[in-house]
Design a protein around this ligand. Structure first.
Ligand code: IPE
Ligand code: IPE
Ligand code: MG
Length: 241
């Protein structure tokens, strides 16, 4: 039996379908999704979960129509501005992960400003995965390690999984214990490929704009019942349960 996960990661999916089922523009789904995020951040803080990652924009999402990509950039900039005071009041610390350089200037600067504004936060650490891809995370880590080896700072013979981990965007935060995907799909879609090695996975049928604190608690209840083995042997049942 597990207690609360130390790190929860959420693949926030289903905004488009939520909107389409209501005859709305997909953008309205993304807008409604931003509201869900507000509620889930608050609930994680209330429960005392130390780390939350939210997957907001993948390296593959650039392949969507230009208007949708632009709307997502605008929403990220708006969210960064509108939530700043509330996040600071909740003692949240926002840490962006991913290749922020390619974002629109407005989104990049908005997110950077939010990170600076909340950097003293001592409560929930919110990892905001924007223009994040597991493969490009591994590639940028390999690039840095290669450069440091050339500079004589790292001995190539000593490169191991720990070296790799130390160069990932998510360093120094722990791997996610629980990955939740909303919208009913069962795939990682290039999220946290390295970090997900021993994560428990939970798929929720709720579209992200409908996902609330109750749905989060369902995922946490399921997590509590999972037996994690990390490649070892199942723990023997203790006397008296
Ligand atoms: C998730 O919702 C948000 C992003 C990927 C940016 P989608 O836009 O993927 O919604 P569906 O999956 O099409 O319903
Ligand atoms: C995953 O959702 C990415 C985010 C939620 C940011 P997608 O909607 O992009 O994933 P696929 O295309 O269904 O695999
Ligand atoms: Mg989707």
């Amino acid at each position: 039996m597990n207690t609360l996960p130390e790190h929860v990661a959420i693949i926030m999916d289903g905004n488009g379908r939520w909107a389409e089922e209501r005859g709305l523009d997909r953008i309205e789904g993304h807008r409604a999704g931003a509201q869900s995020l507000r509620g889930v951040i608050e609930e994680c803080g209330r429960l005392g979960i130390p780390y939350l990652t939210v997957f907001a924009f993948s390296t593959e999402n650039w392949g969507r129509p230009r208007e949708e990509v632009q709307a997502l950039m605008t929403l990220m900039a708006e969210f960064s501005r509108s939530e700043a005071d509330e996040l600071r009041a909740q003692d949240v610390r926002v840490v962006p992960i991913g290749d922020l350089d390619s974002l629109s200037e407005m989104a990049r600067e908005g997110i950077a400003a939010l990170a600076r504004f909340t950097e003293q936060g001592q409560g929930l650490t919110l990892l905001l995965a924007v223009n994040y891809g597991g493969r490009s995370d591994l590639a940028q880590a390999a690039r840095t390690i290669a450069q440091r080896a050339l500079a004589g700072e790292i001995d190539p013979d000593n490169v191991n999984d720990h070296t790799l981990q130390m160069h990932l965007y998510s360093h120094p935060y722990p791997d996610p214990d629980l990955i939740i995907r909303t919208g009913g799909e069962w795939r990682l879609s290039n999220f946290y490929l390295y970090q997900a090695a021993y994560s428990e996975f939970f798929s929720s049928d709720a579209y992200w704009p409908d996902f609330g604190p109750d749905d989060l608690r369902l995922a946490l209840d399921a997590f509590e019942k999972r037996q994690r083995r990390f490649g070892g042997r199942p723990r023997p049942a203790t006397e008296g349960g």
